[in-house]
Ligand binder design. Sequence first.
Ligand code: ADP
Ligand code: MG
Length: 491
Amino acid sequence: MTDERTPRDRRTAGRDFEVDLDDVLDEDGDEEDGLFDNLLSGEPIFENKEVLRPSYTPDELPHRTDQINNMATILVAALRGETPSNILIYGKTGTGKTASAKFVSQELQKTSQRYDVPSEVQYINCEVTDTQYRVLAQLANTFIEQNRDWIDRRTRELEELHEQAREDPSALLDTEFDDPPDLRERIDALEADRAEMDDVPMTGWPTDRVYNEFFDAVDYVERVAVIMLDEIDKLVEKSGDDTLYNLSRMNSELSNSRVSIIGISNDLKFTDFLDPRVKSSLGEEEIVFPPYDANQLRDILQHRSKVSFKPDVLSEDVIPLCAAFAAREHGDARRALDLLRTAGELAERDQEETVTEAHVRRAQDKIELDRVVEVVRTLPTQSKLVLYAIMVLEKNGVHNINTGEVYNIYKRLCEELDTDVLTQRRVTDLISELDMLGIVNAVVVSKGRYGRTKEISLSVPIEETEAVLRADSRIGDIDDITPFVQARFEN
Ligand code: ADP
Ligand code: MG
């Protein structure tokens, strides 16, 4: 294959992070164009890269109008001071659940300021806040903070009123206060409340105390509180459904306020693990976010690219290709945006003026590799050992690897590390899991009268896999691996 890259490509390839000091300093050690001058000199590709990041909430969400209207129709009850039904939102990752829910809550809060009973949304990401204690403490502290602000505003108003009333008693005519001392009493009571409002510590209390604190904080003023629990499946998986049980039965005991819950889940089946009472309460309304198809992803990218890129830097096929790749990845808009951003960054690094199809393909490889590295890095130790055994065999030129061969190497690795040895049956299961994660490829082949066997091969790049596995301190301690493979032939 001929090298079709431009000379500048070749010059910069592979040394993205290297600095040649001669480029920066001339013979007298004076500064020439510096490292950053060079990088800045090219025409910039991005107008605003932040717009392509997952944390950015777009103000327009094409192809989610139905879901957004649906949510709004349910939540409008909050603006009337009624309790909205609880909502359960389902959909695979990258289908716009978080973005849509945040969009709707921003709108709700904007409008709510004009109404008597305030309605507000508290957002919690349960992947980060993943125990009942932490969820309740975080909620309690947010409400406590709001109550303090509310008291501050209220006492300021009442102090003013008090001032007026001392000069002109008729100032109290249309109020709930009989006379200035009555008003003073109320102000003192508020200040006493405020002095008692301490934050809940993030660890250390009994959970029911945290719950009581949260309960009192919510109920301190009249309000409709929408509690949005994103990645709710992670919370249930890690800590069970106690939190949801407690939250879903609060309303019968609250006197001033009402809560409603929006649960967002990537896992369509997570309600199977819920207590039936929680399940029916939480799932009063269900909204499904289907995967995007390639055309819809194209629209989404088109919208976002207008703000994020300089005009005319994307060649024609860039957005369709990003959309096509991401459509294959279960219609994941996050992946589509990652691809577009990464392709732009690669073009920028090459100091090119346009982003091309080739950048998108490189971006796809890079993201895929990053994913593999992350999956391998977070495997449990036993799976890492199984994968390491497969890698060692491949590295030593063994093809059509079968389960028995993997098992033999695996056993020796376990002996070397002085760790428990699983049964061959368990190891076969682990190989199937690796297959499902897309890290190895295991196909069943028929051996005629000798029955059937699995043929296993790595489906990820061998060097990177080895590097990630050896970064695990225990596996990194294994010395020479070749004798294991030779030993395999002796078995
Ligand atoms: P989920 O919560 O379903 O995993 P997100 O809401 O986080 O997905 O969406 C992933 C990314 O895709 C975010 O950057 C989001 O802004 C973007 N996105 C998703 N749907 C749309 C859409 N319809 N229009 C514009 N951007 C979208
Ligand atoms: Mg999300």
